[in-house]
Design a protein. Structure first.
Length: 562
């Protein structure tokens, strides 16, 4: 299962996905709120979607959302769950008219209150709004669930007020009320539980287990006076308090976790949801991926994932966040955009490109790389496909391909020829005059159809942005720390959306790890110690295509740009 970031309307994307293929869905759809609050990225895809949602008030919004959640219900496995994140604007309508209708009220598990704010507001005529609601529904009664825990309160921690060489502990009773005739009612260490208390008592476990506790030093014997033993319970062994439906322990995003996205959700929030309602290897879907927190956390937790968004900025920011945490054990992922960069496709690994373009063409790629007569794949009915990762393909390619077709499968070749169907397909970036003429001659004179297909007929292609970065020395302090301003300017027919900066880029690893993920101005300042430094800047346009410039500098008594 290849992890994917997909640019597009989630409704259209989900319609192409297999039923019952997803284990967990988390969605944080745009809230039904005022216009200024809702438009976050401001790029074309988001604005277009926003205008559609707002054309008919609350009824139209609920209809828009229900259509999408209906697809999500289809995609969920019987053991799957969904968490829908909303605020006060439409939370009643969402529960009654969307979730109860599609999932059935009997599959409603929880309405989780996330107490996201503890700040005090100025005096107004409403109670301060401090929470969001997460509706948790299952597809059936067979849903996955792993108990989660919240941190102990201060009052609970204060109960662990004893200490020994193993740490802080509290003691809990080993005897509880009620007589028993079985093992737990037997005498242990000369203590008869049936004679304890007014009505008699019994041990919390069997005597052999009590012996085991004693060997481990876990039995606490009070001083003289006939007091009964108690069990030591160490604070380190406590997982915390089983989580309830009021989450007041997860604060809003701040510090290094922040990427400058106004409604960015904390990683801790998604960590709890994903750990509770999925297992390693499961597939997580976020149809409104936004700043990418869900897929970033899913990736860390060893889940497979799919993230979808209408906004180019959302998809690219999510991509950069994922790149930032990619390590040797990370699973690869693909980014699916509306348009593809010519240079990236033209010069990427040849075998990867062949498999990718054959798949996009609707065919099946040839997994063998040798002894295949130059056949890189076949259509669904078995007709051979050859891929040339080149421009201006010449006549010799046509001649060689026709010869290979006859040797590859003569019967299929003759069958297609007799039926007037293509005997083969050649995919390339462009075809020269000689190739086009030869294909026409074969069709007219010999009734042999070889179909020439350009890459651009299969996937839309665009040119990536042009980028230039200027640097400006802002001076050094007494310790030689020098502040430098970077001013990036980029051009693209589609329009530039944002810039990202990596101030500790390693050219050898070629892994863009942005220090600043989202910058709409193109201007950043940064302080450098004396020595050599590499800085990478990326510009992203409205199609999601990007340009990168790497600046190498030496900080000494002055700045030397290589």
């Amino acid at each position: 299962n290849m992890n994917q970031l997909i640019l597009g309307d989630c409704l259209e994307v989900m319609r192409k996905m297999d039923s019952e293929s997803i284990d967990l869905i988390y969605l944080d759809p745009p809230f039904f709120s005022n216009r200024n609050y809702e438009v976050i990225w401001g790029d074309k895809g988001e604005v277009r979607s926003f205008e559609d949602r707002w054309s008919g008030g609350i009824d139209h919004y609920i209809s828009w959302l229900k259509e999408r959640v209906s697809e999500m219900h289809r995609l969920l496995k019987p053991t799957g769950s969904i968490y829908l994140h909303c605020d006060w604007h439409a939370f009643a309508e969402i529960k009654v008219y969307v979730l109860d209708k599609l999932f059935n009220p009997k599959n409603f598990i929880n309405a989780i209150v996330w107490n996201r704010s503890s700040t005090r507001s100025s005096i107004s005529r409403v109670y301060r709004r401090a929470y969001d609601t997460l509706y948790f529904y299952s597809k059936s009664d067979k849903y996955s669930f792993n108990q989660q825990f919240m941190e102990l309160s201060k009052a609970s921690k204060d109960l662990y007020n004893n200490k020994d060489e193993k740490g802080f502990y509290q003691t809990v009773p080993l005897l509880v009320s009620g007589k028993r005739n079985g093992e737990t009612g037997k005498v242990w260490r000369n203590i008869d539980p049936n004679k304890q208390g007014k009505e008699g008592m019994h041990w919390v476990t069997i005597p052999s287990k009590l012996d085991e506790y004693e060997k481990q030093g876990l039995i606490y014997w009070p001083g003289s006076g006939g007091k009964t033993p108690r069990l030591k319970y160490y604070i380190e062994d406590s997982p915390g308090v089983p989580a309830n439906d009021f989450w007041n322990d997860i604060k809003l995003v701040s510090g290094k976790e922040s990427i400058g996205y106004p409604t960015q959700k904390p990683e801790a929030l998604l960590d709890r949801i994903i750990q509770a309602s999925s297992n390693e290897g499961d597939i997580i879907l976020d149809p409104f991926v936004g700043g990418g927190t869900s897929v970033v956390v899913a990736d860390k937790l060893g889940r497979n994932w799919i993230g979808i968004d209408q906004s180019v900025q959302a998809v690219k920011v999510s991509e950069f966040r994922l790149n930032k945490q990619q390590g040797i054990f990370s699973q690869p992922f693909v980014v699916q955009l509306h348009k593809y960069d010519y240079d990236t496709l033209r010069y990427k690994d040849a075998f990867q490109f062949e498999a990718w373009i054959v798949d996009r063409f609707g065919g099946i790629s040839n997994l063998k790389q040798r002894g295949d007569f130059g056949i890189d794949g076949k259509s669904r009915n078995g007709t051979p496909i050859q891929v040339k990762r080149s421009d201006n393909i010449g006549r010799n390619v046509i001649d060689n391909f026709q010869s290979a077709l006859m040797r590859y499968d003569k019967a299929l070749y003759e069958k297609n020829k007799s039926a007037g169907d293509p005997v083969g397909f050649i995919i390339a970036f462009s075809f020269g005059k000689g190739a086009v003429q030869e294909v026409a001659r074969l069709k007219n004179e010999e009734n042999i159809i070889i179909k020439l297909v350009t890459v651009e007929e299969i996937v839309p292609i665009a040119k990536k942005p042009k980028l230039n970065v200027a640097i400006n020395d802002l001076g050094a302090d007494g310790k030689g720390i020098r502040e430098i301003e970077f001013k990036a300017e980029a051009e693209s027919d589609a329009g530039i959306e944002f810039y990202s900066f990596d101030f500790s880029y390693n050219p050898e690893e070629d892994n863009f790890n942005p220090t600043v993920v989202l910058d709409r101005t193109g201007t950043q300042t940064y302080k450098f110690k004396p020595g050599y430094h590499a800085i990478a800047v990326k510009a992203v346009d409205s199609e999601g295509l990007e340009a990168i410039e790497v600046i190498k500098i030496k900080v000494n008594g002055e700045i030397i740009r290589e």
